[in-house]
Design a protein around this ligand. Structure first.
Ligand code: ZN
Ligand code: ZN
Length: 359
């Protein structure tokens, strides 16, 4: 059995669970290797079953050789008693942040029908598998490095060909095309290209707004390779930036460099967040930095650890996360600079390397 499942079993024992039903797609993939879009894992101390439907029987057999296959028919309430009937597990954990309410009630009903030896109990769990995903293995890091390289080269290329009049949507399409041409699997998330006042919206969707000289253009993009995401932002400006653009840019850039150069293993997410937030506050833009400093990246673009002002997540060597301070001024625009980094003994090593600077 693979090490990931062995580690999960230790956690189940510590949590007093006999079994865990894994429904969250990235968790399912991480534990089993199965990349399909439907199915659940049923894991106990001595059983590991992948339950999926006809479409994925062949694929799951190939990709998840450590797992026993159970072919599902109908909904969860229908197949669960047959799949788990002989497990003998009394305390079943489920992923409360993912299982739908409909699935929960179907599962509850199914438990009632398997009550021969006393009714199994359902226990809501949070983040049983997610913490295991935080520290990356060498093969995961290699995929992330590749995703970040494709993203960085693409951004450098596209920044060089942006012209006044190019729409945000056209730039976003150009980025996606180049990801594919460079061997990426496509987008890790919907690209953000936000120019002028739109740049004040941290998650603006690219529109037909034509980019103009002098405004800030926030480009937040990520390619995906082997399931693994990159997440990077650069802010550029066509033509000569005015004093305000420079001042805001220098503030965010200084905050980002401060956090990049001083974040260390052993800090909490809140301590890391404070490194950049303090810098931005001192420059008078504290109120305009309304989101957290960063987040873990991996199979999901947002995962653990959290680098927010309240996060007690402890940063460890081998974790991959973003460092992305920003300043957003309604009606004017915004600046964000984001790198995906891996935390090592000496500090953070950026995996994203696109050039920085306004243009
Ligand atoms: Zn981003
Ligand atoms: Zn991000």
């Amino acid at each position: 059995m693979n090490q990931r499942v062995i580690k999960l079993r230790q956690k189940l024992a510590e949590a007093g669970l006999d079994a865990l039903l894994v429904s969250q797609p990235e968790n399912r993939r991480y534990l089993s290797g199965f990349t399909g879009s439907a199915g659940m894992l049923l894991i106990t101390q001595d059983k590991a079953v992948i339950a999926t439907d006809f479409r994925y029987v062949e694929q799951s057999t190939q990709q998840a050789p450590d797992f026993e296959l159970f072919k599902t028919e109908g909904d969860l309430g229908h197949w669960f008693p047959d799949a788990a009937g002989d497990f003998g597990a009394r305390v079943w954990g489920y992923e409360s942040q993912h299982l739908t309410v409909a699935e929960f009630y179907a599962l509850k009903g199914a438990m009632r029908r398997t009550s021969a030896n006393g009714r199994p109990r359902l226990v809501a769990t949070r983040e049983m598998v997610e913490p295991l995903r935080q520290v990356k293995e060498p093969q995961e890091l290699a995929l992330m490095a590749r995703a970040c390289e494709i993203t960085s080269r693409t951004l450098d290329e596209v920044a060089a060909v942006l012209e006044p009049g190019t729409t945000e949507a056209a730039a976003a399409w150009e980025i996606e095309r180049r990801f594919h041409e460079k061997g990426g699997q496509g987008l890790a998330f919907d690209s953000i290209v936000a120019a002028g006042p739109n740049a004040a919206l941290p998650h603006h969707q690219p529109s037909d707004h034509p980019i103009e000289r002098g405004e800030t253009i926030v480009v937040d993009i990520g390619a995906r390779v082997g399931g693994y995401c990159c997440d990077m932002t650069r802010t550029v400006c066509l033509g000569k930036p005015d004093d305000k653009v420079r001042r805001v840019y220098d503030t965010v850039f200084g905050a980002q460099l401060t956090a990049l150069s001083t974040v260390r293993a052993g800090m909490t997410g809140a301590e890391a967040d404070a490194l950049a937030r303090g810098f931005i506050k001192k420059a008078g833009y504290g109120e305009a930095f309304g989101h957290s400093l960063g987040h873990g990246v991996g199979l999901a673009v947002h995962e653990l650890p959290r680098l927010s002002h309240v996060s007690q997540d402890v940063l460890e060597e081998g974790m991959v996360f973003t460092i992305e301070p920003g300043v957003y001024l309604a009606g004017w625009g915004g600046v964000r600079i984001e790198d995906t980094v891996v935390l090592e003994k000496g500090g953070a090593r950026p995996l994203t390397t696109a050039r920085k600077g306004l243009g």
